[in-house]
Design a protein around this ligand. Structure first.
Ligand code: AHM
Ligand code: MG
Length: 344
């Protein structure tokens, strides 16, 4: 259980006299303050001038909404004066060099779930903290295993901050009376045995066969291979799906698919998948591309995409087995054989 510590108190305990840890603690604290400002904006919505209107496109070609832009500005401002060497954001083409001599660097997705902004659904902010290597240009080319901390905030009915400093995962909830985050769940563990999956089903026909086979088994329920019924959830904000998985287990998939531009899925490696993978693993879950442990991938480009499967460890392992199972072939996949798509 928890002892109601504030995030700041928890960070001070973690940092002690260590200067690298102090830098991490200060950055997480500043990020949390920025998140409170973003939570306020999302909560006020149209009253704060947030319309969900498109303002342009980000480096990846996604529509950029007004809250994306505001959130990016708030996060950038919060990092001023901190020991941060480089800042990477989903909303900027290039890395921003702040203090090249600083020991740590940060990558952020200022607003995850942008398409949900004007529908009053949960969105969030994601942070990854990495050490600054000798060659600063290699900062965001490090595998996920190099991360020092990962954090995300969900702006839902509650504003919650989920944090790993490399030794388990803690959940803090925003106390609106004091304006501070308080520890509400310590050392959370992802339940292993739950029957929920999350995937954008409308893309089914574009997925690879192993993903189709995995989901088809879930859909077959008690009548299929798995011998039990499953339940589907899809919010369209990865942060919300991740929070649900941390709370009650399950699996989330954004796989590669055959649509143009989706050959490596949709989610970005550096500031979406890597921090989520770190948090999942620290909560006894797993994160994978289906073929590879996600944490071991070294990015080749800042805005690189990656297929992401995360959640309860057993479920992620089962999906991985689909990729190596010689029986999972087009002719054996249930819907394909029923419909005869691959028959001549
Ligand atoms: P964003 O950071 O631009 O909001 O994109 C990421 C989001 C994820 O939160 C979510 O899982 C996914 O995009 C939904 O994509 P789709 O609309 O293709 O289902
Ligand atoms: Mg995102």
């Amino acid at each position: 259980m928890t002892n109601g510590l504030t995030l700041r108190q928890q960070l001070d305990r973690y940092a002690g006299p260590d200067s690298l840890r102090r830098a991490v603690a200060d950055v997480v604290a500043a990020f949390a303050e920025a998140a409170i400002a973003i939570a306020d904006l999302t909560g006020r919505g149209a009253l704060a001038g947030i319309t969900g209107q498109v303002q342009g496109r980000n480096p990846d070609g996604d529509m950029q909404k007004d809250l994306d832009v505001r959130a990016d500005q708030i996060i950038r401002a919060s990092m001023k004066g901190l020991p941060v060497a480089a800042l990477a954001s989903e909303e900027a083409i290039d890395v921003d060099i702040l203090d090249p001599s600083a020991p740590i660097s940060v990558a952020v997705d200022p607003l995850d779930g942008s398409s949900n902004i004007n529908t009053n659904m949960t969105v969030g902010t994601i942070l990854s903290i990495v050490p600054t290597p000798a060659d600063i240009r290699a900062t965001f080319m490090q595998p996920g295993t190099a991360q020092l901390a990962a954090c995300f905030v969900v702006y839902g009915p509650q504003t919650a901050l989920i944090l790993t400093l490399g030794d388990g995962v803690d959940v803090f909830t925003l106390d609106r009376d004091t304006g501070s985050f308080r520890l509400t769940a310590a050392t959370v563990k992802i339940p292993a045995d739950t029957a929920e999956f999350a995937i954008n089903m409308s893309n089914r026909r574009h997925w690879e066969i192993p993903v189709q086979a995995y989901i088809d088994d879930c859909m077959a329920g008690v009548d299929g291979e798995r011998g039990r019924d499953f339940n589907m959830r899809w919010i369209g904000s990865m942060v919300a799906e991740a929070f649900r998985i941390l709370t009650r287990g399950g699996i989330f998939l954004y796989p590669a698919d055959a649509r143009e531009g989706y050959g490596e899925g949709r989610l970005r490696l550096v500031y979406e998948a890597q921090p989520m993978a770190f948090i999942m693993e620290q909560a006894d879950g797993a994160a994978s591309t289906g073929r590879t442990r996600l944490m071991e991938i070294a990015p080749k480009a800042l805005h690189q995409r990656v297929p992401l499967v995360m959640g309860s460890r057993d479920k992620v392992r089962r999906l991985e087995r689909m990729y190596t199972n010689p029986n999972v072939k087009p002719e054996n996949a249930p819907l394909f054989s029923h419909r005869g798509l691959f028959r001549i």
